[in-house]
Design a binder for this molecule. Structure first.
Ligand code: GLU
Length: 421
């Protein structure tokens, strides 16, 4: 039977597995299998040719036992309520594992940003905020960027919300540009957090980052910075990178300037001068030590996991590894570190931005990175230690299940203490 790749079913399956291992209370499990609230909106936008397009959008509140809900907004042609529900669940576990005072949420709009101009995008962003205004707020739910949404889009959204509430409300949304009180370091905090995890994991596995070969799938906000930071922080060699059109491989390492040139002149990293063109599938199976999927969900599945040659997989995207692939990688001895640990730097950076916005006191980039390092390194250590604890009891669990046990445990005990079950 073909593997089930519905992201929300996957999120539920992952939770069920952890619930069994940790012997989670039945009531807590039932509450945590479903989001608390989901909102669907339909947004008319006047397009440049005079026509009106009605876009469908969502915002999902998964759980707020530990604080206001937090999570990005995706603009994606294949968005669906199920992807948004899954991503909202993963946000809940992400903020809990990082131990920051939030619950989880997510939003999305079904749209193709590549075919839209700036004024259509601005109009869509502002209309979406008008449609969900009662559902968000700095003490309720704080959105942020995600796939195909940018700091500029966050600025328009913050402005629209501020118009509605009749005062500046910078803390309603994070990932804003610095001009409107975004945070130093937020732009690359997702990848930076991933780099801190890579440093710790490499230390544990005895991988020399200076000599290691790295492949990055994706050239968006996460992938591009993962590439440049690997080089800057560790002088590591990134031999392969891709975007939605395809991949490029050069065993001597890729050059950023040439990549940028290829992207701007040909629209894809595939247009890179030199190297060897390949498909996204081939990149995942290429001969590297570290693989960083930094694009979208379900890239490594039951059908290609056994072909992965890397020793370490860092899930910088949300949901790139399916449950079947997770098991195969684990059995092969590959260390696959889960998304809600590896990419938590983004929301940790957002937490700092929100804290600065509501206190009105701003930090330097160094302060941001140091605090980020401390939080994410602690999450990594917590996961490693919990796996050891289980191993000592004779039970082998994956890093994902260990991370789930920590995250779900914290949310369940907050719910219990509040009297929800
Ligand atoms: N979209 C990012 C994520 O999936 C960041 C969320 C946020 O900053 O709230 O973690």
């Amino acid at each position: 039977m073909a593997e089930e790749l519905n992201p929300f079913k996957i999120a539920q399956e992952q939770l069920d597995e952890a619930a069994e291992v940790m012997k989670l209370d039945k009531a807590a499990h039932a509450i945590l299998r479903e989001p608390m609230q989901t909102l669907t909106v339909h947004i008319p936008v006047k397009m440049r040719d005079g026509s009106v397009n009605v876009f469908e959008g969502f915002r999902v509140h998964y759980n707020n036992a530990r604080g206001p809900m937090k999570g990005g907004i995706r603009f994606h042609p294949q968005e669906s309520i199920d992807t948004v529900k899954a991503l909202a669940a993963w946000m809940t576990w992400k903020v809990s594992l990082a131990n920051i005072p939030y619950g989880g949420a997510k939003g999305g709009i079904i749209c193709d940003t590549k075919s839209m101009n700036d004024s259509e995008l601005e109009s869509l962003s502002r209309s979406y905020i008008r449609a969900i205004a009662d559902f968000i707020g700095p003490k309720i739910d704080i959105p942020a960027p995600d796939v195909y949404t940018t700091p500029q889009i966050m600025a328009w959204m913050m402005d629209e919300y501020s118009n509605i509430v009749r005062h500046n409300e910078f803390g309603v949304i994070t990932g804003k540009p610095l001009e409107v009180w975004g945070s130093e370091g937020r732009g690359d905090s997702t990848a930076m957090g991933g780099m801190f995890v890579m440093r710790e994991a490499a230390k544990m596995l005895g991988i020399d980052l200076h000599k290691a070969k790295i492949a990055v799938q994706g050239f968006g906000n996460a992938g591009k910075f993962a590439y440049s930071l690997s080089k800057r922080l560790f002088d590591a060699k990134v031999v392969a990178i891709s975007d939605s059109e395809g991949a490029i491989y050069d065993e001597n390492g890729l050059d950023m300037e040439k990549l940028e040139k290829a992207k701007s002149e040909t629209g894809s990293v595939k247009g890179y001068e030199g190297g060897q063109k390949m498909t996204n599938e081939q990149l995942l199976e290429s001969d590297v030590d570290i693989l960083i999927p930094a694009a979208i969900e379900n890239q490594i599945t039951g059908s290609n996991a056994d072909k992965v040659r890397a020793k370490l997989v860092l899930e910088l995207a949300n949901g790139p590894v399916s449950p079947e692939a997770d098991k195969i990688l684990h059995e092969k001895g590959v260390l696959d570190l889960p998304d809600f640990l590896v990419n938590s730097g983004g929301v940790i950076g957002s937490y700092f931005e929100w804290a600065q916005n509501i206190s009105g006191y701003y930090w330097t980039a160094d302060e941001v990175y140091q605090r980020l390092d401390k939080i994410i390194t602690k999450s990594f250590t917590d996961v490693v230690n919990l796996r050891k604890e289980y191993e000592n009891k004779g039970q082998k669990i994956t890093p994902r299940t260990a991370a789930y046990i920590i995250a779900v445990g914290r949310v369940a005990s907050a719910m219990k203490t509040r009297g929800w079950y």
